[in-house]
Design a binder for this molecule. Structure first.
Ligand code: FAD
Ligand code: PHB
Length: 425
């Protein structure tokens, strides 16, 4: 027997995209059900991103979800770029008037899950065999198995927020017009560790070294997060603690008065690097967001921020469809997202290309060094990096001219009305 229920929006995936979307919809009075394949503990412990752009922080603050982030997040007014053994600061606050916040993705996920469950709103963990039917109709259904029972959610919109390995993207590609994929693999990966070691500096260091890239980051006053460029097929078993620390010692700019603490390594893993965009991001009543639609290499710290930006657009469009019956707004979703997606793709590719070791080609290395010198000595070049890194404001500036000429309502407006208790629907 199948248990059937109704909801305006079915959200597949409880990562940053799915959870932020659920909260945005709630703020404008639209219910949803979030379905997650993993258990709660797993998604709350999954160590991934760390950098929140200024607009992402503002959005979480507008939603009333930033209390712990503001208490425990580390505000950084810039980053350092290191090459030829020296560090060079890029001061975001001076250059573009904004800073960024370092706060673990899993902490955001914990905060968003706790707030949703406290409000009595549904997240169904440990679902299996998720299916999407009726995509080309106005009444799609999402099937899933939970606790041995089969369920069916009847809805108006399905949001595929199920990451790069989810099921939603392929469903879009099965449509009559198919999909187009743009992608690039890189010949290297990142080996990342989380270590119980107090950070010795309060900004990130991106280091371009002849032996490969290294990144010095942190999560709290007692936890350091570090990354090393390694070959794409590297095995984590081949990296002992000693090997990791001595390679970091070589690649970080320790000759420039910088030293770092070592300590027990709690978490380690290897992440492959990829640039990927699949379009369209919507077919019929199914829209995909975040890593389900695109992947960037982590050098620009953009992936989670881009996931949040997608769902800010999607929530506004869902509001227009469900509240005002403007079904045609779904046609705008892909284009409204893509301008930001490609800006972030370019920035992430550019940071990756400038900072990593690709091959032994001395010509390429001289070009990298020349670019690094430019970015760290020219105010316009540094401003370009700063503007991209802190993030362009969410809102009409990156929207198509057609949608900018709308009726002036915006999700930001709806959100602030909701938080003032003025929205009653
Ligand atoms: P995900 O976080 O992947 O969430 C998708 C969810 O869907 C998962 O919980 C998954 O279990 C669930 N799911 C999958 N399939 C199904 C199914 N069939 N049914 C139900 N549920 C399903 N980004 C930044 O912005 N800043 C950074 O500093 C940064 N650093 C990074 C460092 C590393 C090492 C890595 C790996 C990534 C980094 N990123 C960074 C990228 C960022 O982590 C991702 O872009 C982000 O997780 C995307 O969020 P999402 O919600 O789209 O997808
Ligand atoms: C992190 O702290 O995990 C981090 C920071 C900056 C990046 C990527 C990851 O570019």
């Amino acid at each position: 027997m199948t248990i059937t229920s109704d909801t305006p929006v079915a959200i597949i995936g409880a990562g940053p995209a799915g959870l932020v979307l659920a909260h945005l919809l709630k703020a404008i009075g639209i219910d949803s059900v979030v379905l997650e394949r993993r258990d709660r503990g797993y998604v709350e412990q999954r160590v991934r991103a760390g950098v929140l752009e200024h607009p992402s922080v503002e959005l979480l603050r507008d939603l009333g979800l930033a209390d712990r982030l503001e208490r425990e997040g580390l505000s950084h007014r810039g980053i350092e770029l290191a090459f030829e053994g020296r560090r060079h600061r890029i001061d975001f606050l001076d250059l573009v008037g904004h800073s960024i916040t370092v706060y673990g993705q899993q902490e955001i996920v914990k905060d968003l899950i706790a707030a949703r469950l406290a409000a009595g709103d549904p997240i169904v963990f440990e679902v299996d065999d998720v299916t999407i039917d009726g995509i080309d109709s106005d009444f799609p259904t999402v099937g899933y198995t939970h606790d041995g029972e089969r369920h069916e959610l009847r809805c108006r919109i399905v949001a595929g927020c199920d990451g790069f390995h989810g099921i939603s993207r392929d469903r879009i590609g099965e449509g009559p017009s198919g999909n187009t994929v743009f992608d690039r693999d890189y010949p290297f990966a990142w080996l990342g560790i989380l270590a119980e070691a107090a950070p010795t500096i309060d900004e990130l260091i991106y280091s371009s070294h002849e032996r490969g890239f290294a990144l010095y980051s942190m999560r709290s006053p007692t936890i350091t997060r570090l990354y090393l460029q390694v070959p794409a097929d590297e095995r984590i078993e081949d990296w002992s603690d000693d090997r990791i620390w001595s390679e970091l010692e070589i690649r970080l700019p320790t000759g420039d008065g910088f030293s770092f603490n070592t300590g027990p390594i709690h978490e380690r893993g290897i992440t492959t690097m990829r640039s990927f965009v699949s379009i369209p991001m919507r077919r019929g009543s199914l829209a995909i967001a975040g890593d389900a639609a695109h992947i960037v290499p982590p050098t620009g710290a953009k992936g989670m921020n881009l996931a949040i930006a997608d769902v800010a657009v999607l929530a506004e469009i869902i509001d227009d469809v469900i509240t005002d019956g403007k079904d045609e707004r779904l046609d705008d979703y892909t284009d409204e997202c893509l301008r930001r997606v490609w800006r972030c793709q370019h920035f992430s590719w550019w940071m990756t290309s400038m900072l990593h070791r690709f091959d032994d080609d001395p010509f390429r290395r001289q070009l990298q060094l020349s670019e690094l010198r430019l970015v760290t000595s020219s105010t316009p070049a540094a401003t370009n990096l700063a503007e991209n890194y802190v993030g362009v404001a969410l809102g009409p500036s990156l929207r198509s001219p057609a949608t900018q000429a709308g009726d002036g309502r915006s999700l930001a407006g709806a959100r602030s009305l909701a938080s003032e208790g003025k929205v009653d629907r």
